[in-house]
Design a protein around this ligand. Sequence first.
Ligand code: AHG
Ligand code: MN
Ligand code: MN
Length: 338
Amino acid sequence: MAQQRTLARYLTEEQRNKGVITGDLKLLVDIVSRACQAISIAIGKGGLGGVLGEAGSDNVQGEAQKKLDVLSNDILLDANEWGGHLAAMASEEMDLPHLVPHRFPKGEYLLTFDPLDGSSNIDVNVSIGTIFSVLKCPDGADLSTPEAAEKAFLQPGTAQVAAGYAVYGPTTLLVLTVGDGVAVFTLDREQGQFILTQENVQIPADTKEFAINMSNQRFWEAPVQRYVAEMQAGKEGPLGKDYNMRWVASMVADVHRIMTRGGIFMYPMDSKLKDKGGKLRLMYEANPMAFLIEQAGGAATTGRQRILDIQPDNLHQRVPVILGSKNEVDRVTGYHTA
Ligand code: AHG
Ligand code: MN
Ligand code: MN
């Protein structure tokens, strides 16, 4: 039987043979993967573990938190504090960055995460996930207070050194890039290990499948109205083919479908999101997913700009997101810039 390649082995080879990552980054990804395993176990218990339902609190974005949003955030914070690989963490669920406590050594990396993506799907037993992104902490960054530390995180997505997501579906998967393509690992629940099941993921450039929340149609801008109308026109329309639609409403699940068989995902700007800048969060959702999608040969824009080029001006910034199969993303981006 061919030897299994565990996540630990994959990371060691990226470090030792290819020199793509440092020992600390290896430790960081390994710790995040263990936190995702712990989250996966908690999710798997569902109603038996008392993890479903509301937490009874709101997060910084004014969204009602679910018990699993809070639990997943705590699991990621606890797992990452002690390793000595991190300078600070930031989360969708926390107002300010979380500094590594003084009793632990500090490292050179910054970690951001959406601890539980797809909150509206928790209680209905549909796939949910965790998304994370890793940056280097700039030399001389002021980490004296959580307020001061925010500045260190405000780097464009091109500066990411790793990004990934876990999807808690029929199987639990970890999808990872360290800037050397995209690899997929499947959780072996008996062994308690992630095993490499796919390497060098490539997203087809063309697709017949789109993902968008159609209930927002009347709020969209003209370029997205045009593109979706053209797709709906099918074979007889200007795009000359029939399209199918899928919308899980967990970004991890929608992006993972695109990683697997292509497609285009859109949470575009709309008139009711104008004040917020968009729906999805740049640091916790758009940037890590854009890095992964580009590493798999796809594209990711706001409609007007490459997502990875955005210079963030605040930690919880929101942006429009259009990502997936390259030719389709280029088409709808062209409609915005024409
Ligand atoms: P989160 O659960 O982290 O707040 O993210 C939910 C996001 C994303 O996962 C998904 O694509 C989108 O919100 C769904 O939005 P709608 O409910 O508007 O469809
Ligand atoms: Mn999310
Ligand atoms: Mn979330």
